[in-house]
Design a protein around this ligand. Sequence first.
Ligand code: HEC
Length: 145
Amino acid sequence: MKRVASAVLLFAVLGVAAASAQDINADRAAVMRANGAGVAALRALTTNFDAAAVKVQAAILAGNGAKIAALFAPGTDQTNPQASPAIWTDAAGFKVAADKFTADANALMTVSDGAGLTAALATLQSNCAGCHKAYRVAAPPRPAP
Ligand code: HEC
């Protein structure tokens, strides 16, 4: 009886751990997709400049920077095969990368025309590429048919 109870408890605990790993990885992917959507919206605004609309997207991206720092913080789940172990072995470096992304997103707030936005967007996007190069593991290629 006691053994059954502890087996049930063990399954419950494992179930919760699996669910939260899934949740955090879904949250991480959602933030990254929001980054993609934000960049696309800003790219459209380079030719159709609207300062208020730029600020809305900049605020979303800056918020995403803070979320990235939190979602990959020390002690968070490391089971996502696309998240490099370097995120946690070099947690300080990862935090610097996330904070720089946040700062460059905030800098978008100050642009005053399409050319300024184009330049600031290029700076912001160098963060995507830089962080992915250092801390993201590309999905394995699909096997040849
Ligand atoms: C500070 C680090 C960092 C920055 C900055 C960053 N990313 Fe990521 N990104 C990651 C990591 C780590 C992964 C892999 C883990 C994952 O997919 O959750 C990832 C994965 C992704 C994915 C795949 C998501 C999925 O469905 O699994 C997309 C799309 C993406 N990033 C877009 C962007 C864009 C666009 C930007 C810039 C506007 C950006 N990222 C900035 C770290 C970063």
